[in-house]
Design a protein around this ligand. Sequence first.
Ligand code: PMP
Length: 313
Amino acid sequence: MKLPELNAYLHLLGPTPLAPIRLDDEGPLIWCKLEFLNPSGSTKDRIARHILTKAWREGQIQPGSTVLEASSGSTSIAMALVSAQLGLRFIAVMPEGVSNERVLMIRAFGGEIRLTPKALGIRGSIAETERLAAELNGFLPRQFSNPENAAAHAHTTAREVLDQIPGGQVDAVVSGVGTGGTLVGLYQGICESGCAPIPVLAKPVDLGDTPEVECCSFSARIPGVIDCISTILKPEEMPGLEILEVRDKDALATTRALMRHGFPVGASSGLNYAAAVQIARRLGPAAQVVTVLPDRMERYFTTEVFEPMRAAV
Ligand code: PMP
């Protein structure tokens, strides 16, 4: 079925800027994709648009169809926005305890929320989407296992970077991993152009500092970034993959530094930037290191990254 023209501005969305950012005089320059400028405020608009418009064209969904996704929030917010544009019903399934800002945004776009027990983590939410999809004859984008997630980034994010960066040369690509779609798609898309960048996985450590944190949950201090349920990221397909550790508190401090420089970002942006600085220092000043600033600050007002701002009022 033809995509609706009337409301859908999805086909009008342009590339996000690639900004060269240096946070202090001695620090390296990092090329940052300003993904918080996407319409729902995160890079997940790319995968929501790609997966849902593809399913639409293939006749898997049409106006009134139900879409179900398990997500920490960013993907659900993006799915809710794209579903609203396409006239689809959207149900977000997530573990209890996600920040209220996310729930409000999903509902604002007309999405529905189902919460699953916190103790079951994101796996519990995934199982619930499967159950509900069978009951409601719903469509599952399956962000954690669908290769189209990475394809969305290879087709758009990576191509934009190659057009935007001087000389089309990328020496390293850096990203934290939730589904792995961003890192895998960026890396594969850039490799297709003949560049061979070093893929760098930014890993937050010290998760044990917060008692509610458990592996495979999204309750970490850097929301959206986990490392154990993606089947999209296959290390054996990324020769030279480096895993660079960033302490949670350094990721949060870097996030606040980005904010002070005028970038309205969430906590995973600080994680990505801090890991990008590590590899850039090692590769030297001529290296062109690319990372993404995945989402906007507003969905974190009640979380730890805003702690010092709350104390100051
Ligand atoms: N940052 C944020 C805020 C996220 O929500 C996510 C994923 N949920 C990521 C980074 C990681 O991106 P990806 O899923 O493409 O690995």
